[in-house]
Design a protein around this ligand. Structure first.
Ligand SMILES: [Mg+2]
Length: 374
């Protein structure tokens, strides 16, 4: 069996109204998606998505003619490419989807078969008013979600604290609450400095008053000293690592006791095999592994199969903040958006691979030369 072709296409969904992502200083008028398809000589196709894969054409020849089931070999080549040219991990996801189709096994089973379901937490993405956030939280409780992540970064910290207090008052202990401080990285056009240790510590003390389960990205991603010192001083869990690139950087975060929760995203960092190994490494050290997955439905499914099938997690990120961020927008490339059941569980299909069914008509009508937010 041989890999015969790799196809990469870009798509942009028009967003009207725009999506004012809380971590981006520019409202998003388009939602980009890059779709990767890998073909074998028996007519199987694997599908992946995630990073833009610009320039990847130069490396396609490293996979053509290879056995699609040599997944560890492919992961090693992709790791080399990631050093030289961007984040090629969507192909790793596509290769696992293809391997599942060849073996007639769902990806969660290939990952170890631990479980075929995982609990979601609603991950908000807009800076709404305290009242709006409280209403959203109450709706989430009614719909069975166990947890909500709130974004900080409003004009003042007092505004953020007011949102947190209002939400906690509205739902009591019915929702586990997390706060994403988004200090780990910036969009290319945003040069605002991250918090320093003292600022992060002051915020953490306020979060503790409201029984926040985890504080996410409190400091710059490379501030190991700061994270380690903060970790020592606080009584809540620290989370991070969502765009960290290298396996050794994740190991450093764990070894230096920077975090309680590690959040790599399989479409951005070290791929399915790399994260399967990292998940076990983290679990052995008492660290929770629960991927960032603020992308589209393909990335969400890949992260869910990876996590549910290998080491499991208390819950996984489920991007949701309608109307600007609905599951229909997020998963526009799928025939059916990924959704949760009445208790907040995401159930993974027993179809071979990731169980992705693309909406080819939508993909054709959104095809573009680039994958950007404007
Ligand atoms: Mg985050």
């Amino acid at each position: 069996m041989k890999i015969t072709n790799i196809e990469i296409s870009h798509h942009q969904l028009d967003l009207e109204p725009p999506f004012p992502a809380s971590w981006d200083t520019q409202p998003r008028r388009k939602f980009p998606a890059t779709i990767v398809r890998v073909y074998d000589n028996e007519g199987n196709v694997g599908i992946g998505s995630g990073d833009v894969m610009y320039g990847f054409e130069d490396y396609v020849n490293l996979f053509i003619g290879e056995d699609p089931l040599d997944l560890v070999r492919h992961n090693a080549v992709l790791d080399n490419i990631s050093f030289h040219a961007g984040r090629p991990w969507p192909l790793d996801v596509a290769l696992w989807d293809l391997a599942g189709k060849i073996k007639q096994q769902p990806t969660w089973k290939m990952m170890g078969g631990l479980d075929n379901k995982i609990l979601a937490y609603a991950s908000s993405g807009v800076h709404r008013t305290p009242e709006q956030m409280a209403d959203m939280a109450k709706t989430l409780v009614e719909k069975g979600y166990p947890a909500l992540k709130i974004r900080f970064g409003r004009t003042t910290l007092a505004d953020d604290f007011e949102v947190l207090a209002t939400v906690r008052k509205a739902v009591g202990d019915k929702l586990t609450l997390m706060v994403d401080c988004n200090q780990g990285w910036r969009m290319p056009w945003d040069i605002q400095k991250p918090w320093c240790l003292e600022q992060a510590y002051e915020v953490s003390q306020e979060l503790e008053k409201f029984n926040v389960y985890w504080m996410e990205e409190p400091l710059y991603r490379g501030d190991y000293n700061g994270m380690s010192a903060l970790h020592e001083r606080v009584n809540l869990k620290l989370a991070g690592g969502e765009m960290t690139r290298e396996s050794y950087e994740f190991h450093t975060l764990i070894e230096r006791e920077c975090l309680d929760i590690i959040q790599p995203d399989v479409v951005c960092s070290i791929g399915m095999e790399g994260l399967r190994q990292l998940g076990h490494y983290a679990k052995e050290r008492g660290i929770i592994f629960t991927p960032h997955t603020w992308g589209n439905g393909i990335g969400l499914l890949a992260n869910c199969h990876l996590t549910a099938g290998s080491v499991g997690a208390p819950f996984i990120e489920f991007p949701l903040d309608p109307p600007e961020w609905s599951i229909e927008r997020r998963d526009f490339m799928l025939q059916t958006p990924v959704d949760v059941d009445e208790n907040g569980w995401i159930h993974l299909s027993d179809e071979p691979g990731l169980g992705i069914v693309l909406d080819e008509e939508k993909l054709a009508s959104t095809k573009s030369k680039q994958a950007t937010y404007q």
